[in-house]
Design a protein around this ligand. Structure first.
Ligand code: ROI
Length: 161
């Protein structure tokens, strides 16, 4: 079993409901067990500001799936939520499920970069991650608690716990 961390985000179609639904869907993934779920956070958009505010959370999952199997499963959950994959990398989305970490592995393939490229730059990833895994160390040796304490919160707040 590998412990992976997944970031969840939504800013369309009732984001709080989307995140609750997504957490329930991830809990049903075969060969896997969700071991912790952060609070649900309210965050301001990173990137273009002419889009709604976001709801974000992070969860930990122990899984026997490979990283690509996990990615395929998460993308199926995004599609099920009604997400249309188009060229809107920085735009509004119904549901985003990102593999933040997959054990201590470093993965650089066409479909997948792990650790997630935005991990250290995003308050809406670092603070929820620190909430559920304060003693986590990244593959490069950086410490999640220190990173989370060093980042501007940019209005991030707990929406519900
Ligand atoms: N901004 C916030 N606050 N939360 C997100 O999940 C998020 N996701 C994105 C971009 C557009 C970068 N901005 C975001 O993909």
């Amino acid at each position: 079993m590998i412990t992976a961390y997944i970031g969840l985000g939504s800013n369309l179609s009732d984001p709080v409901m989307q995140i609750h639904h997504a957490i329930a869907a991830v809990k049903k993934i075969d060969n896997s067990k969700v071991t912790s779920v952060s609070s649900i956070y309210f965050s301001r958009p990173m990137g273009p500001q002419d889009q709604p505010d976001y709801i974000n959370a992070v969860l930990a999952i122990e899984t026997n799936l490979s990283a690509i199997e996990l990615l395929n499963t998460l993308q199926a959950i995004e599609t099920e939520a009604g997400r249309v994959r188009k060229d809107n990398r920085w735009g509004a989305r119904i549901l985003d499920l990102d593999i933040l970490l997959y054990g201590n592995e470093i993965i650089k393939s066409q479909r997948l970069t792990v650790p997630h490229y935005g991990l250290k730059l995003r308050e809406f990833v670092l603070l929820p991650l620190a909430e559920i895994a304060a003693d986590l160390i990244l593959p490069d040796g950086d410490n999640i608690l220190e990173l989370s304490q060093g980042i501007d919160k940019n209005g991030l707040k707990v929406y519900s716990s």
